[in-house]
Design a binder for this molecule. Structure first.
Ligand SMILES: *[C@@H]1O[C@H](CO)[C@@H](O)[C@H](O)[C@H]1NC(C)=O
Ligand SMILES: *[C@@H]1O[C@H](CO)[C@@H](O)[C@H](O)[C@H]1NC(C)=O
Ligand SMILES: *[C@@H]1O[C@H](CO)[C@@H](O)[C@H](O)[C@H]1NC(C)=O
Ligand SMILES: *[C@@H]1O[C@H](CO)[C@@H](O)[C@H](O)[C@H]1NC(C)=O
Ligand SMILES: *[C@@H]1O[C@H](CO)[C@@H](O)[C@H](O)[C@H]1NC(C)=O
Ligand SMILES: *[C@@H]1O[C@H](CO)[C@@H](O)[C@H](O)[C@H]1NC(C)=O
Ligand SMILES: *[C@@H]1O[C@H](CO)[C@@H](O)[C@H](O)[C@H]1NC(C)=O
Ligand SMILES: *[C@@H]1O[C@H](CO)[C@@H](O)[C@H](O)[C@H]1NC(C)=O
Length: 794
């Protein structure tokens, strides 16, 4: 095993936020020590650590009848426990209970019935005391010398990792490990199913586990500086933590420490199965969430239990599949969904009556895990065959057919409803007892009947769709037309078109782009997708959707190649490269103000089309200057749209691991709430600032310490809080001689940008509104300075 003698210190930078410290005076002389003579009962004040930072005492979680002994941040009015003693044995009356030192020297919690909880050390021979220390550690120590520690709460973390504590594993020799275990629900500290551990197999990655068996998230390995899948750690804005990794013969662990005593942080594995890091913000008198993993709550393993459906809302919500009800209603109402749902009507398991079972169709879902892929000839070929394959096995609970027949046996886990996520999902058919379909209304719920309704009531809409698809096909005169208007290429074709991929135009998150030319000498850009795991059928389906999207401000997809594991996309070629090169490049060309304004407007129109005018709303998810291409007349074209869908769940990971993207990401990417089209609006706003200034938002800040983050400066000038500066200062200095710079336009663009980057999604305008404002159709008010920007002032 590798070993390092000294801890490797690094700057562990966890957030975007610099915080004003909480300054409160410690209660002088507050008792921090528990002795035989000074026990603690419900009628006593809590024990308080020497400088008043932490308190130990009886507490009751919100909306709970139960009492516990716990530790909390004493200087924070909003009490959140960071450690709990009697997690599984609550008490009902603190006045009849006491925390004391027992005759065997342990700290014990007693109530009228006897011992409820104990530090449970054996062989204590000296007289002992309990002390609550300033780092939140409760120690059992020798009375004559409190440096001799016999037991400490830091070796028994619950759901919270405090600075200075270790979470790691012992060696094969010493054994043991410390892990964080989530509460069962937000008001019940009983250990739940979710936990955070240092990989027991010996790597340096942290894992989130379900029931100690299923891993559903990894931090990635420790590089010596960051965890590979937690790139946020490199962000240098905000509060700095020291992060130490110790990998020695006897134990391996990580430990973090705050460099600023006044910052109050809670690192918690919450009952939702996610890691949440909160920091106390005294200005708002609240805990602010600034880090969350996994980002999507529905990625937590079995969050909604068997036969539950997860929906990614502001708060992920669990519901039961049609035909199922909550297993234990009481638990569901307390927010514990892990037991899932049960059938309303049992399936017939004997005889031939199970052949009467019917299937309920759910569209736009992320399929449950553990699908069995049936390639048996009998099951392939058609939906009917797949359905028969499912009916013929009494433990089959669902199927899905997309050219290949997938069957599920037993519990359905991690089924997600994607209808509000903007990613096109699959269709699954859930097996239910025939009687579930017996009455008339329920009958309508079957797949066939739904289709019938669609044809009868929205025939008009359907016809419009069909006609427009037909027109699109006609308009494009491709040679080999397949998948709608797209050309299908072989890999060899593309090798020859691109002269064996010799002329590389650029590289992005999803692969490199090469110049090629068609036989008629039309130039094309060929993108080789990398890290791609989607199957052939799904790829073709997604690509054909992207192929039907045509707008003057969107890059047109001309064709694709899908051969074995290879996936390539062929796009129209743009001679003036990308916006980042035109704005920040070293070339002689300086985009005039007029051009910039038209570019801003064009991008807005393209995004508006993606968000609202396509058949399915498409969220781009990666708006940044690199993804805006310019044609020979500098008409902007948004590139790479639809890739979020194509890459599926890997997308957000790719995105967040990429350098450079961070500055454009909306706060909801970091906090893990659902992503809507408003995330694009945010990124667009950040990009607008760069179009105005001609510099990277982030770089400007580093270069010139006198000057703030550009969007903040702009917001302040707009709101008149930056005395002597005016709008002129914001415009790219290279445009000094451009007589076309119209300050009214500058103000308009700035105002729009500032609205776009508001923290609250609801406060950001839709792209439709942005287009109208930039077209000058109406004026908007001065926006407030976004809260998150304010935190960037140090
Ligand atoms: C205390 O320790 C004993 C022996 O080590 C163990 O059997 C018992 O379960 C422990 N009790 C608690 C409450 O941890
Ligand atoms: C208390 O114990 C610590 C650690 O064992 C030791 O270094 C220290 O000298 C002791 N202090 C006294 C006053 O005995
Ligand atoms: C640890 O290794 C074992 C055997 O190689 C493997 O089955 C298991 O999945 C690994 N556990 C984790 C958490 O990676
Ligand atoms: C968790 O694992 C234990 C033992 O491996 C098992 O008995 C229990 O049923 C599991 N819990 C759930 C909810 O599946
Ligand atoms: C971490 O390193 C181990 C061993 O070097 C490797 O097997 C594992 O895949 C790595 N984990 C990640 C997430 O890259
Ligand atoms: C590891 O543990 C052994 C036995 O407990 C001890 O003798 C040794 O000093 C420890 N090594 C380190 C580096 O702590
Ligand atoms: C059950 O019914 C199916 C379809 O009606 C039939 O093909 C099959 O032979 C029957 N099996 C038995 C055991 O009766
Ligand atoms: C049903 O399928 C499961 C999983 O493939 C298999 O273990 C079981 O034997 C099958 N049962 C019948 C009756 O074919």
């Amino acid at each position: 095993m590798a070993s390092s003698q000294r801890p490797i210190s690094v700057l562990f930078v966890m957030g975007l936020v610099a915080l004003q410290g909480v300054v409160l005076r410690a209660g002088a002389g507050a008792a921090d020590t528990l002795t035989v003579d000074q026990p603690l009962s419900g009628s006593h004040r809590p024990l308080v650590s020497k400088s008043g930072k932490f308190a130990l005492g009886f507490f009751q979680p919100d909306n709970s009848q139960h009492w516990y002994i716990g530790i909390w941040h004493n200087k924070v009015p909003k009490k959140e426990s960071v450690w709990v003693a009697n997690k599984i044995s609550p008490i009902s009356n603190p006045d009849l209970s006491q925390l004391t030192i027992s005759t065997d020297g342990n700290i014990v919690l007693l109530d009228h019935s006897g011992e409820i909880w104990s530090t449970n050390m054996t062989g204590i021979t000296t007289s002992t005391v309990g002390v609550i220390l300033d780092n939140g550690n409760l120690v059992l120590a020798d009375t004559s010398n409190t440096s001799i520690i016999l037991w400490q709460s830091f070796d028994h973390f619950g759901n919270t990792w405090l600075p200075g504590g270790k979470v790691g594993r012992g060696s094969k020799l010493t054994g043991g490990s410390t892990r964080l275990v989530a509460w069962k629900t937000f008001n019940d500290p009983t250990p739940g199913l979710f936990s955070l551990v240092l990989d027991p197999n010996g790597t340096s990655q942290y894992l989130l586990m379900w029931n100690s068996t299923k891993q559903y998230w990894t931090s990635g390995n420790w590089t010596g500086r960051i965890f590979t899948d937690v790139p946020e750690m490199t962000q240098t804005n905000g509060q700095v933590y020291t992060f130490d990794y110790v990998d020695s013969v006897n134990e391996s662990y990580f430990m973090y420490n705050s460099n600023d005593e006044t910052v109050i942080t809670r690192f918690v594995v919450d009952a939702t199965g996610q890691i949440h890091v909160f920091t106390w913000v005294d200005d708002t008198k609240n805990w602010m969430l600034f880090f969350s993993q996994p980002k999507a709550q529905c990625d937590v393993y079995a969050l909604c239990g068997p036969f539950g459906v997860c929906t990614e809302n502001a708060l992920a919500s669990c519901s039961c599949l049609c035909g199922f009800s909550e297993q234990y209603q009481g638990q569901w109402s307390h927010g514990d969904h892990t037991q899932g749902c049960r059938r309303n009507v049992a399936l017939q398991t004997s005889g031939n009556s199970s052949w009467n079972d019917r299937f309920y169709t759910m569209v736009n879902v992320k399929l449950p895990i553990n699908a069995h892929n049936t390639i048996a000839a009998a099951a392939s070929g058609s939906t009917q065959n797949c359905e028969v394959a499912c009916l013929s096995n009494s433990s089959c609970t669902a199927y899905s057919f997309n050219g290949i027949c997938f069957l599920w046996y037993g519990d359905l886990i991690n089924l997600q409803d994607l209808s509000n996520v903007g990613i096109k999902g699959s269709t699954i058919l859930i097996r239910l007892a025939a009687s579930e379909f017996s009455d008339r209304t329920k009958k309508l719920a079957t797949g066939v009947k739904i289709a019938a309704i669609v044809t009868s009531t929205s025939a008009a809409a359907l016809i419009i769709v069909v006609v427009s698809v037909f027109l699109l096909r006609r308009r494009f005169k491709g040679v080999e037309q397949v998948e709608g208007s797209l050309m299908a290429f072989t890999y060899r074709d593309l090798q020859s078109l691109t002269k064996n991929f010799s002329d590389k135009l650029g590289g992005g998150a999803f692969g490199s782009v090469f110049r090629g030319s068609l036989p008629d000498e039309t130039l094309v850009a060929v993108k080789k997708l990398e890290g791609f795991r989607q199957g052939e059928k799904q790829f073709r389906a997604e690509v054909s959707t992207i192929g039907t999207i045509q707008h003057v401000n969107l890059i047109r997809l001309l064709g694709f190649c899908s051969e074995r594991k290879r996936r390539l996309l062929v796009y129209e070629y743009m001679s003036n490269t990308s916006l980042d090169r035109c704005l920040f490049g070293s070339n002689q060309l300086v985009l005039s103000w007029g051009m910039r304004y038209q570019i801003a407007l064009g991008i807005a129109r393209g995004l508006h089309y993606l968000h609202e005018k396509c058949r399915d709303c498409i969220i781009h998810c990666d708006i940044k200057p690199e993804n805006i291409l310019l044609n020979d007349s500098f008409v902007p074209k948004v590139a790479d749209f639809g890739l979020a869908k194509l890459m599926g769940r890997d997308f957000s990971r790719v995105l967040t691991t990429m350098r450079g993207t961070v500055g454009y990401l909306a706060p909801e990417w970091i906090t893990g709430t659902a992503i809507s089209a408003k995330a694009d609006v945010y990124s667009y706003g950040m990009m607008l600032f760069e179009i105005i200034s001609g510099k990277r938002n982030a770089r400007q800040r580093q270069e010139d310490s006198e000057m703030d983050f550009f969007p903040l400066l702009a917001a302040r000038i707009l709101t008149n809080t930056e005395g002597e500066l005016n709008l002129n200062c914001l415009v790219d200095s290279r445009l000094e001689l451009d007589s076309g710079v119209d300050l009214a336009e500058v103000e308009r663009v700035c105002t729009v940008a500032c609205w776009c980057i508001q923290d609250e999604e609801g406060a950001r305008p839709a792209m439709a509104t942005v287009v109208q404002v930039l077209e000058g159709l109406f004026e908007v008010n001065v926006p407030p300075v976004p809260r998150s920007l304010k935190f960037l002032t140090v």
